[in-house]
Design a protein around this ligand. Sequence first.
Ligand SMILES: Nc1nc2c(ncn2[C@@H]2O[C@H](COP(=O)(O)OP(=O)(O)OP(=O)(O)O)[C@@H](O)[C@H]2O)c(=O)[nH]1
Ligand SMILES: [Mg+2]
Length: 619
Amino acid sequence: MPASRKPKPCIANPNRRNVAIIAHVDHGKTTLVDGLLHQSGVFRSNERVAERAMDNTDLERERGITILAKNTAVHYRDVLINIVDTPGHADFGGEVERTLAMVDGVLLLVDASEGPLPQTRFVLRKALERALPPIVVINKIDRQDARPGDVLNEIYDLFIDLDATEDQLDFPVLYANSRAGTATEDLATPGRSLQPLFDAILQHVPAPIGDPNAPLQALVANLDASDYLGRIAIARVFEGQVRLGDEVAVCKLNGQVEETRITKLYAFDGLKRIEIEQAGAGDIICLAGMESITIGETITDREMHRPIPPIHVDEPTVSMIFGVNTSPMAGREGQYVTSRNLRERLARELVGNVSIRVEETDSPDQMKVVGRGELQLSILVEMMRREGYEVQLSRPEIVTREVDGRVVEPVEELIIDVPEEYQGVVIAQLGTRRATMTKMVNHGSGRVRLEFRIPTRGLIGFRSQFLTDTRGTGIMNHLFAAWEPWHGPIPGRPRGVLVADRTGVATSYALYNLQERGVIFVHPGTQVYEGMIAGENAKTNDIDVNVTKEKKQTNMRASTADEAIRLVPPRILNLEEALEFINEDELVEVTPASIRLRKRILAANRRPRRDQEGSGPRA
Ligand SMILES: Nc1nc2c(ncn2[C@@H]2O[C@H](COP(=O)(O)OP(=O)(O)OP(=O)(O)O)[C@@H](O)[C@H]2O)c(=O)[nH]1
Ligand SMILES: [Mg+2]
């Protein structure tokens, strides 16, 4: 036997598989999990189960996207398959990165029409870096415009581009319709169930490796919480055994070791967690009763401390200042409004969210929150407002760094798919945002695919412009590509705003007279204050306006009841739109009931004027 031969790794448990489902946003991960749950007999035949059962938070259901990675487990034959559903949106990439630390293989889903997109590349790169064997699932083959053959070629190209090894290139391929719950190895033979996929998981995802008799080593890869159990650590056991009542050590991220006892132990089973007495190498488990535990920490033997190196995730690139609400209406609609409330809430977020950072600023009332993108930050704000918080937010900014005395900034790869007729306007728009086109493909279908490199900065505010420019028909995707030297100034919002000049209630009469000047953001009857933004000016300057003006009449009518007046419906900005809209001298005020835009300095006589054309570059 050659001396270099390594000892054969020990299979921890032949009846376990741990697999993550990864893909670009909307390619059908959560829908596929529905199918796997149904067909493994998790539900009673008459049980009513919501579509996309794993997307169980309010925000996920409302937006139809997965935000948090989540575990489930199904039985197939005599094997327990732990499955982790991951989010596909780039802003939640940190969730995918830490999930991969838990599994032994991945299902890479690719939409049969869209083909690989930026996040497909990101998640596949992360999986290949960890040497996780992939099973490729070309999904949505029922789509009218499905082109599975081409898509498979594009997937090969992507693997080669990512320097996949020979072995990795030898991936198995399945064709699926997740919505119908079918998969097949051969397009000529329509699938009838997901059995080929179950079989592929058993065959191609390796059983977990690890020594069940070694000292315990389990990595906390995710956190969950329940009202009843408090904080729940989701951990992958790599070595050894863990039993209820065991005394264990926790290797903390700060290098300290804490001793504790295992008081509550669970395994995943369908959509539930079931209590178990013990688990061993290869298992994915939940532990409750460890209040200070956090992601990246290792639960290990009391005598033999063997920490696993912490999970590294990509650096966040977008920041926003979260401040105590200072508007005259502060505290009216929210329950938690103080700087202490804000601090505590953000500290809590840090525990479960490895891809954000919170930094102090010069002011005790303001915290800088750094995340992966505007969506990730706005989801955090959205959760906070539902919990009763008020907060005021600055315009999102990108993070810069200094390398060898030069300022560098994040640059993204942007892929756009638009009908031919909008190509010109989109290219022109992106030109002003310092994008450079890298590729242009015309499939001859009437749509073109354009690829660009663009500073992350240039993307702020682009999405809404893009949707307007393409009448909602454009599709855009982007992904962090590299840090590059500063690309130079990018012009800011071309228009000024209409600023309320006094406190009061907006009237139809006043809004009617103002609507020719620009786009109105408030309904009649809305409470306004001096310095609040009531609309966008059609010109580049800001103007102070009285939106509370009443019609001069002898018998005054109620402000909202001027029925004779025909008002253009106001444009009500949602949180993301508001954040994209505001300039540096403006803020978004968020309360559980309202989203208001305002000037940073409210008093008109103290506010620097923005009445020159094109007031300066967007930093
Ligand atoms: N036609 C068709 N539609 C599908 C199929 N699978 C999923 N969909 C639809 O695609 C949309 C997105 O599905 P999801 O399962 O939420 O996608 P996802 O990958 O989990 O999305 P994120 O978690 O947000 O990244 C839903 O409207 C599904 O009904 C399929 O096989 N065929
Ligand atoms: Mg999903």
